[in-house]
Write a protein that binds this ligand. Structure first.
Ligand SMILES: [Zn+2]
Length: 491
């Protein structure tokens, strides 16, 4: 466990110039006595709030042993053997220090859809418990397509947020919107669908890309072709969970990624393909990256790396997700695409729902809403099944879940990097064997698709904006601690 010592000292000068050091509880008494309280001691050592010592710090190209000094909400120094006068010392004892994870695809706040206890407060609490210190919230059922709706949602989320956040405009089904005004309001991007229940027609998507490209932002598309899925569904009889993946064939994803790639090139608009569920889907997207005419970002989610159709008989409705899970072969190919750089970033597509609701899917898989509550578990999964199996290096993991998502959001290096001058968002990971159980998670829906998985990493200590926000999945932050982050479209 982390060793904690409280060495809270004030340093000051008395009239005459001598320096004194004493416990900070005497600060007020000193000031009354005419002592000037300094922030820096005689030998230049900085007064800081937290000093993390002996961490294995993950950078863009290597892992380096060292210390991290935090003052207020900011990292003020990173290096070997930092000295200083910290209020607290966190002895990392060789643990890995990653930048706080940046999850650019979360569904966390929709009072018209989610029950009362599932809101931006409980879901960002779940995020921070798992090492996610920045989230991007995407609309679910309630559209946010006007500047006033955007501002309203921003204010609601600001009151509830445990971590810093961005907001996406969506789900766009009518391209007649104020793209410049929404970019000016700081949106992280615009979301639309080629599939129900928020399906937009081809003309609408092209019009949207045209406007959003001109406004300097990005269109995110859920890529599955609805007509193909309608055809597949019509041929399925029965209600068993195993039938669900058959209703959303691989070809629906491939066709839509291909079409959206051409649309984005035609409209000259940056495209972000969300939640790619197959290795072939990643390859399809890569064709457009190779042409390099307009930027294209390829996202996948851990559920498509963790599970395949082979897991559905056992886990049933607890793996109901859109796009659906694909074959074990596609899952393997998707890992290849993550390893070789085809996939740009990994996000959760977190979707919260109560256990009782989802359990109904054992009887009728078509009934419950699809989606998995995974924001809290993704980092531990990717370390256990990615880094510890040799599939990913620590720097590649950092690129996939910290640096690249932060760039996509326009907030790098403020987020997504451990370096002096950036936000003090840090996860210390403890490498330890454990069996995943929903009971140990902060998530309040009562289940996880990862129940029973054997993992080898725990989010030990999570620091958000310089404060210790969670330890061992126990949340210490409070609603309102997080702030809205506007996307800087110049980055
Ligand atoms: Zn989503």
């Amino acid at each position: 466990m982390s060793a904690w010592t409280n060495r809270s000292h004030c340093v000051g000068t008395v009239p005459g110039g001598d320096r004194v050091v004493a416990h900070s509880v005497w600060r007020a008494a000193w000031q009354r006595a005419g002592v000037t309280v300094l922030s820096v001691v005689a030998d230049g050592r900085a007064m800081v709030d937290h000093l993390i010592t002996d961490a294995r710090i993950v950078g863009p190209s290597r892992v380096q042993r060292g210390d991290i000094a935090i003052d207020g909400a900011e990292i003020v120094a990173v290096g070997a053997d930092l000295s200083g006068e910290p209020s607290s010392v966190i002895d990392a004892d060789g643990r890995v220090a990653l930048p706080g994870m940046v999850d650019v695809h979360c569904h966390m706040h929709d009072p018209a859809l989610f029950p009362e206890d599932i809101d931006f407060a409980t879901q960002t609490a779940s995020a921070v418990a798992g090492g996610v210190t920045t989230v991007v919230e995407l609309p679910t059922q309630t559209p946010v397509t006007t500047v006033s709706a955007f501002r309203e949602k921003r204010e609601a989320c600001e009151r509830l947020a445990h971590v810093d956040f961005g907001l996406v405009v969506g789900n766009v089904r009518d391209a007649d919107l104020d793209a410049d005004g929404l970019v000016g309001a700081g949106t992280a991007g615009f979301k639309t669908f080629t599939a129900d229940p928020y399906c937009a027609d081809d003309r609408t998507i092209v019009d949207l890309m045209d406007r959003v490209g001109d406004a300097g932002s990005t269109v995110r598309v859920h890529c599955e072709t609805q007509g193909l899925m309608d055809h597949a569904r019509a041929g399925i009889e029965g209600d068993a969970p195993e039938l669900y993946p058959d209703s959303r064939p691989l070809e629906a994803e491939l066709a839509a990624i291909d079409q959206m790639g051409w649309f984005a090139e035609y409209a000259d608009c940056p495209l972000h393909v969300v939640h790619i569920s197959s290795g072939q889907g990643a390859r399809e997207g890569a064709r457009f990256k190779a042409r390099a005419t307009t930027p294209i970002t390829l996202e996948t989610c851990p559920q498509y790396l963790a599970f395949s159709t082979a897991d559905v008989p056992e886990k049933g409705p607890f793996l109901k997700v859109n796009p659906s899970l694909k074959s074990p072969t596609e899952r393997g190919r998707l890992w290849d695409a993550v390893q070789d750089g085809t996939i740009d970033l990994i996000a959760s597509d977190h979707f919260p729902i109560h256990r009782e609701n989802r359990e109904r899917g054992w009887e009728d898989i078509w009934e419950p809403y699809a989606g998995l509550p995974t924001v809290e578990s993704n980092l531990e999964f990717l370390v256990s099944e990615g880094v510890h199996t040799g599939r990913l290096s620590w720097p590649r993991l950092c690129e996939l879940v910290c640096a690249r998502p932060a760039r996509e959001m326009g907030v790098y290096p403020q987020k997504g990097a451990i370096r002096a001058g950036t936000d003090a968002d840090i996860v210390l990971l403890r490498e330890e064997e454990w069996t995943v159980s929903a009971e140990q998670l902060a998530y309040n829906g009562g289940w996880t698709p990862y129940e029973g998985c054997e993992w080898s990493a725990v989010a030990d200590t999570v620091i958000a904006n310089g404060e210790i926000a969670a330890r061992d999945h126990e949340v210490l932050s409070t609603p309102g601690d997080g702030a809205f982050l506007a996307r800087d479209t110049r980055s």
